[in-house]
Design a protein. Structure first.
Lengths: 608, 236
């Protein structure tokens, strides 16, 4: 964690070292570029030249990757690259004022590099610190609990060119904030317990146990885990192929941070679950795909893997059984929400741009390098480890009929005690609100921007696949919040994260963003609602993947439930042109640094 | 062995492994499409070929046909979605048909006509995109690129060259060229390459041929796109 100097290796030396470390393997392209950038601070053309020479791949396949992921830079971005988390919950905690303060003190414009080339400041999608925001990333390391004082200190450290390693450790402290623990967060298993329990059965019997548990995926879609594993186990292998287990730790859905805690404090349970899966499906290779925002976890996770190898819980001959081979490699993402989608994740693992594949075929038969692959969420694997020990019937007896077991909710927003709450499925929204100390609640966004917005009249609804399914996010908004701005923030998120592969989502999310910005500026009309409704139909019907399918959800939900928030932004009843004389002067105001009333034609609606 | 499904009520036979698009094309039924060419692997990105199978929308160029499927394509609902998609492609780039040298040979324009696309609905983005005139025989006008990826595939899979690739993300996605300079002149592209024949719009243009065929006598001036089988541009 350093603002490094590339001396004495030189750029070529850095690339040679990194490429060798990744076995000269082009499928590790994302990891190679990431590590080169960690040393060089960006990806200079010479680094791309050298990578191309060493790997012998077309230059387009390196540049295509470098330009796909938000965290890769092909232009210098400074020794300190600061990205302020910009989820709605960060906004509610005043991240924009802190961003302004940072930029003004450092003499840098948002999105740009300072003139001396020292520092750049920009925003980024939610960094997974919703319980301890506002947050930022500096050279991909998370800094939490920002305040004016902390921002001022950061400014001094940057100006003094103090290496990141010497910044106060307290900045980088990430709390678990476990508020309610149940069978998972409160488990008492020791490393190896779940493996010994699994190995005590035949692999097919282990699979049976998972099926009997009724475990469903925790990544959002809720697919039955036993069926997925069975399909992978039964998929034929071609010569030289093996089965693959992938743990999806991309955790990109804004407002979600439970996988972060599972990996920080229960990594053994997660790796154990992956190993149980490998045993059940007959897999020999595993990956953990960790979002780039969780760079701070990488070294300790690699440490856990190494310890497990030494303890005979991973690698060759697990538990001393000859032929029981399974190992796990960690790949880090680089700022792309779409890489949480399982087929895009696999593309990224293969060193490519993260665009979702055409399906069928599905990963269970044709996944990583065309081999049978299961992709499961972190929490799903942790549950599998519990099931290995306690059995499927025990697990199925917890929760509700169609939603067995517990669910960890990541609670953030307007409440006294943000953090993790683990409940048996079936808990009401009201109960969660009570437990987290929420008052005057106007709405809860369950499962993030692609989930549902639950209004006050619906708080007796229950968390579970029967009623409100969730990947875990639970963002609370009290009566003082403007639900239009919540939706607008989410729309900006989808626009930023659309991978651009398919027409409807690539263009549609931009159109939607423009419409929401137009409404925000008070230039909207009723006509725009009809347009949004039409866009929604189109995106649902024709998008290539889930991102496009759900991109209009936040707007439709809030239009339906919080119409006054929209109505107050309508100036006229019908068509309003998008051109506004005062807006047209915005650029001139920015250039001259003027914001006084004389620089405006009339008062705009307030921001926020 | 041959099975059948229905497409807008018409019985279509197919062989094992064929997509709906392939079977429909063999049967002489047109489904609008831009990123599909029979000789290349389906890309599945433009979504113009969206059909409803048993009530659910799917891309017909990538979906394998199965016996008994009930497929709808030429319905007002689907065609209006296609018109919106066409419009999206128009507004995200810079398409000035009256001044474009492929006007009349352009699949985007011809598909728009076929679908009866008329009134503009969305505001234009007016992106700033480059033109690359470095190559002795070929122009690249990126203003019109619809990111269909056909040139990428043709160069890689047919020419064995990898001259093109996709870069960027989201609305900033763009086509790039495989050279350090980013210029086409510094690649091994030849005007005879398959990649020079497949562009459905007017990005990859052969120099000195611009108005050989006068406007009014071009492929889609004479026949609607639904009646013109997919053939490489040079044979049109
Ligand atoms: C746009 C998009 C983003 C996704 N992000 C994640 C993610 O961050 N983590 C995750 O586990 N699943 C994510 N998913 C769901 C995965 O595609 C996949 O269904 C899941 O990893 C399967 O694991 P499970 O069955 O254990 O839930 C995402 C899906 C989409 C469409
Ligand atoms: S829906 Fe959006 S994210 Fe998904 S493939 Fe299409 S452009 Fe990419
Ligand atoms: S240049 Fe033409 S063929 Fe290539 S991606 Fe763009 S539109 Fe498609
Ligand atoms: S032709 Fe099927 S998606 Fe483009």
């Amino acid at each position: 964690m350093n603002t490094n100097s590339i001396q004495p290796e030189g750029i070529t030396g850095v690339v040679d070292r990194v490429v060798a470390r990744w076995r000269h393997d082009p499928t590790c392209m994302v990891q190679i570029l990431r590590e080169v950038q960690e040393t060089c601070d960006w990806l200079p053309p010479e680094a791309i030249d050298r990578t191309q020479e060493l790997l012998g791949v077309p230059r387009t396949s390196i540049e295509g990757v470098a330009h796909f992921y938000s965290f890769f830079y092909t232009q210098p971005r400074g020794l300190y690259r600061i990205l302020v988390s910009d989820n709605i919950t960060d906004r509610m905690l005043g991240n924009m004022a802190l961003l302004d303060r940072l930029c003004q003190s450092l003499w840098v414009e948002p999105g740009k590099v300072s003139e001396d080339g020292l520092v750049s400041v920009d925003t980024t999608s939610d960094t997974g610190m919703g319980d301890q925001g506002p947050a930022l990333l500096v050279n991909n390391y998370a800094v939490t609990r920002l305040s004016e004082a902390r921002v001022d200190e950061i400014v001094d450290l940057v100006r003094g060119k103090v290496p990141l390693a010497q910044w106060p450790a307290d900045y980088f402290k990430v709390e678990d904030n476990v508020r309610r623990a149940d069978i998972m967060l409160g488990h008492a298993l020791k490393p190896g317990d779940a493996l010994r329990a699994a190995w005590g059965r035949a692999p097919a019997a282990m699979l049976e146990e998972i099926k009997r548990s009724n475990l469903r995926g925790r990544g959002g879609a809720g697919f039955t885990t036993g069926l997925k594993w069975e399909a992978c186990r039964n998929a034929p292998l071609k010569a030289g192929q093996q089965r693959i287990v992938v743990c999806n730790a991309d955790e990109g859905e804004p407002g979600t941070f439970k996988d972060r805690v599972l990996l920080a404090s229960h990594a053994d349970l997660v790796f154990e679950g992956m190993t149980v899966a490998a045993y059940a499906v007959g897999a020999t290779r595993g990956f953990l795909y960790l979002r780039g925002e969780y760079r701070h976890l990488l070294d300790s996770l690699n440490g856990v893997l190494e310890r497990r190898r030494q303890e005979g819980l991973l690698g060759k001959g697990i538990l001393g059984v000859p032929g029981a081979d399974f190992d796990i490699e960690i790949h880090l993402g680089a700022g792309a929400y779409i890489c949480g989608e399982e087929s895009a994740l696999i593309e990224s693992l293969e060193g490519k741009r993260g665009t979702p594949r055409n399906r069928p075929p599905f990963p269970v038969t044709n996944g990583y390098q065309d081999q049978p692959t299961i992709v499961n969420n972190v929490e799903t694997f942790a549950a599998a480890a519990l099931i290995a020990v306690h059995g499927g019937d025990w697990y199925a007896s917890i929760g509700t009929k169609q939603s067995a077991g517990t669910k960890i909710l990541s609670v953030s927003g307007d409440c006294e005690r943000p953090g993790l709450y683990e409940y048996p499925f079936g808990v009401t929204v009201r109960q969660v609100l009570e437990d987290c100390g929420a008052r005057d609640t106007q709405a809860v966004q369950v499962s993030g921007p692609s989930g549902v917005c639950v209004g006050a009249g619906e708080f007796d609804r229950r968390i579970g696949f029967e009623d409100i399914p969730t990947a875990g996010a639970f963002m609370v908004f009290d009566q003082s919040r403007d639900m239009f701005e919540v939706a607008r923030n989410f729309v900006h998120f989808f626009q930023h994260e659309s991978c651009g592969f398919c027409t409807p989502c690539r263009v549609g999310t931009s159109l939607l963003k423009n419409m929401m910005d137009k409404l925000h500026k008070g230039l909207g009309s009723r006509f725009d609602f009809a347009e949004i409704e039409q866009l929604n139909q189109l995106l649902k019907a024709t998008s290539h993947c889930g991102l496009g399918h759900t991109a209009c959800n936040p707007v439709l939900d809030t239009v339906a439930k919080f119409r006054p928030a929209y109505d107050q932004r309508l100036r006229r009843q019908d068509f309003m042109p998008a051109f506004d004389l005062d807006m047209a002067l915005a650029e001139a105001r920015q250039m001259t640094g003027r914001q006084d009333s004389g620089a405006h034609f009339k008062t705009e609606f307030g921001e926020g | 062995m041959s099975d059948t499904f229905t497409l807008d009520g018409k019985t279509i036979s197919f062989t094992e492994g064929q997509t709906i698009m392939q079977a429909a094309t063999d049967a002489g039924v047109y489904i609008p499409h831009l990123c599909y060419l029979p000789e290349l692997k389906p890309h599945g990105s433009c979504k113009l070929c969206t059909v409803k199978i048993n009530g659910r929308e799917t891309s017909s160029c990538t979906m394998r046909a199965a016996a008994g499927m009930v497929v709808e394509s030429d319905t007002e609902e689907i065609n209006s979605q296609r018109r919106a998609l066409i419009h999206m492609l128009f507004v995200e780039g810079n398409h000035l048909c009256p001044t474009c040298e492929v006007s009349g040979n352009c699949k985007l324009q011809a598909t728009a006509y076929h679908l009866g696309f008329m009134s503009p609905q969305f505001d234009h983005f007016f992106p700033i995109r480059r033109v690359d005139a470095s190559h002795p025989d070929i122009w690249l006008d990126f203003n019109r690129c619809i990111l269909c990826s056909l040139c990428v595939q043709a160069s890689r899979d047919v020419d064995g060259k990898n001259v093109f690739g996709l870069s960027g993300r989201g609305i900033k996605s763009r086509l790039i060229v495989n050279s350090k300079s980013g210029k086409l002149a510094d690649t091994d592209m030849a005007v005879t390459d398959k990649a020079a024949q497949v562009c459905p719009v007017g990005v990859i243009l052969k120099k000195r041929t611009a108005f050989k065929t006068p406007i009014g006598e071009r492929t889609y001036d004479k026949k609607p796109i639904s009646e013109v089988p997919d053939t490489p541009a040079k044979e049109r």
